[in-house]
Structures are given as C-alpha cells and as structure tokens.
Design a protein around this ligand. Structure first.
Ligand code: CP
Ligand code: NVA
Length: 309
C-alpha cells in the first residue's frame, strides 16, 4: 500500500526516507515546475532560516541562500566558528535558542547523530545539508536530473562507484522510494553498512533492488554511473590509505565505454584525477552541472512544501 501524502509542514528532513513515495513525487514535480518557470510563489515571505555549517560548502550554501530568497524568505549563515555546536554550547541549548529567532534550520554537521539530536531538540523544522551518513538534498536534485535524462525512474539502473557513505546511503533510500535499481560498487571495508540497506528494505516501495559488490560488474545496461570523492570532508588524514583502497575504482573512459548509454554523475566537488578523470567529467555524457543546478529547484520545492501556507 502506498502511504498517503502527509503535509511536510513542521517536519524535519534528515534522511530522504523521511519522505514517502508520494511526498517525494510532489517535491520532484514542484521542482520541475519551478525550473520551468511555471510556479513563482513566495511562500517563505516573512520567514527566516538559520544555516549552520560545521564543514565547507559551495553548492548547499549558495543554492539554499538563493532559493530561500527567491521564495521570499531570508537567512543567517553561521560557520563552524560561530555557534560551535557541542563546544561553546550544547546542541540542545543552541537549538532551543535558535527556535526563538528563526522558522527553521538547515544544518551541515559532521555527525549524523548530532543532526538527529539537533532535530530532536529543535521545535522548528531541521533540514540535513549533509552529514557523514546522508545527503538527502543532493539526492533530491540527482533524482530530478535522472528523470530529465531518462524519464520514469522505476526500472532505470543507477551504478554508484565509490565510498559507501553519505551519497550512497541517500541513493539506497532513493532506490527504495522510486524503484530505481541500484548497484553500489565499493572496495571491501568501504561498502555501505548493512543496516542502511536493511532500513531501506523496510521502506514502503518494496520494489527496489540494491546490489553491493566490490567488482565492476553489471555496467552495460546502466542509465548513469555516479561517483563521489574517495576522501570526504574531514577524512583528510586517511587520504593515502583511501587512495590505495580506491585506486581500482576510478571512473575513467574505459569504465564509461562499458556503459555506452550511461550519463556520468557526481555530486561535486570532484577530486579530478582520483575518482574521475577530466575526460569523463568534462565529456559529453557528464551531467554534473545539471545536478548542481537542480539543487536550487529541488530545495525550493522542498522548502515550499515544508514552510509554505
Ligand atoms: N554537493 C554538495 O553538497 O556541494 P557542497 O559541499 O559544495 O555544498
Ligand atoms: N562525500 C562527500 C560529499 C560532498 C558533497 C563528503 O562528505 O565530503
């Protein structure tokens, strides 16, 4: 049974699977309408959001700031040195203070557990702008992009090559919500945790297939090959060991040649020469800037659903 659409108002958006299939459909449809110029309301008029960043950001910060402004709202962006969550004051104290000033919070935090704690302590909606475990706003934009490229997501085949962390987790949830078949190719020791796959299996679609492997396999029918950095923000001390572990997992022209119909996807920023070659990311099948552009529309749709009248 497909769960009904429940209003997103007052709810948090911590993981993609916080949405049910219909809610996700609504967000993606509204995102396309906004992109097409067919919807230009200002549901955030008079609303103010705080943005908390414990890690650097380009796309997330700018696309949220621009999107909120276009919807009529305003923002205060706070960097690592401002609030100093858990250092200068506890997460719970910071949340209870922000509640008194703002209508919602977009946060990029190192730890997913801290994100959950922030959302729990905050009376206002919290949107996850990336943690170590998930990046749902990115994957909203990725799904928009895949639909632009290939149409109906159900039955398409996405191959993700790389670390089984935040992007992979959100793609696994996307697969469960949309029926997109997903193959995750990661070296042993860097594969997505079994609990993530188990949780996705319990999501309401029941139609997805997720295959996790350490071999480059199953590429020929791929709709898209997606990769992400080998060393995520905060993992820099592990860079050398990660380079060694992931060396075989570069998406280069030879890999793309094995997937003749696939587009190339990357959440960016890219570490060119590591997980992807210039030839591929700058090549004719790359849709990475389309993905980045869609962050704006996907998030505007999400915000309109969460904060609009
Ligand atoms: N893809 C993404 O979230 O980019 P930023 O880290 O620049 O925000
Ligand atoms: N896995 C990357 C994603 C960046 C958008 C990181 O966490 O740094």
């Amino acid at each position: 049974m497909i769960a009904p659409v429940v209003s997103l108002k007052g709810r948090d958006f911590i993981d993609l699977a916080d949405l049910n299939r219909k809610e996700l459909r609504e967000v993606l449809d509204l995102g396309q309408k906004i992109k097409a110029g067919a919807w230009s309301e200002r549901p955030l008029l008079g609303r103010h959001l705080a943005m908390l960043f414990q890690k650097p950001s380009h796309r997330t910060r700018v696309s949220f700031e621009v999107g909120i402004a276009r919807l009529g709202g305003s923002t205060t962006t706070l960097s690592e040195n401002d609030v100093q969550l858990g250092v200068r004051e506890s997460i719970s104290d910071a949340a209870r203070v922000l509640d008194r000033y703002v209508d919602g919070v977009v946060a990029r935090l190192r730890s997913h557990d801290d994100m959950v704690a922030l959302a729990k302590a905050s009376a206002k909606p919290v949107i996850n702008g990336l943690t170590d475990r998930s990046h749902p706003c990115q994957v909203l934009a990725d799904l928009m992009t895949l639909e632009e490229v290939a149409g109906n997501l159900a039955g398409q085949h996405l191959v993700y090559v790389g670390d089984g962390n935040n992007i992979a987790t959100s793609l696994i949830e996307a697969s469960a919500l949309t029926g997109l078949a997903l193959t995750v190719i990661s070296p042993s020791g860097y594969q997505p945790p079994a609990a993530v796959i188990e949780r996705a299996r319990s999501i309401d679609s029941g139609t997805h297939t997720v295959t996790v492997t350490d071999e480059f396999t199953n590429l020929n029918n791929a709709t898209a090959i997606y990769t992400d950095v080998w060393t995520s923000m905060g993992q820099e001390p592990e860079q050398e060991s990660r380079r060694k572990a992931f060396m075989r997992y570069q998406v280069n022209q030879a890999v793309m040649d094995r997937a003749p119909d696939a587009v190339f996807m990357h959440c960016l920023p890219a570490h060119r020469g590591e997980e992807v070659t210039d030839e591929v990311i700058d090549g004719p099948r790359s849709v990475v800037f389309q993905q980045a552009g869609n962050r704006l529309y996907a998030q505007m749709a999400l915000l309109a659903e969460m904060f609009g009248e």
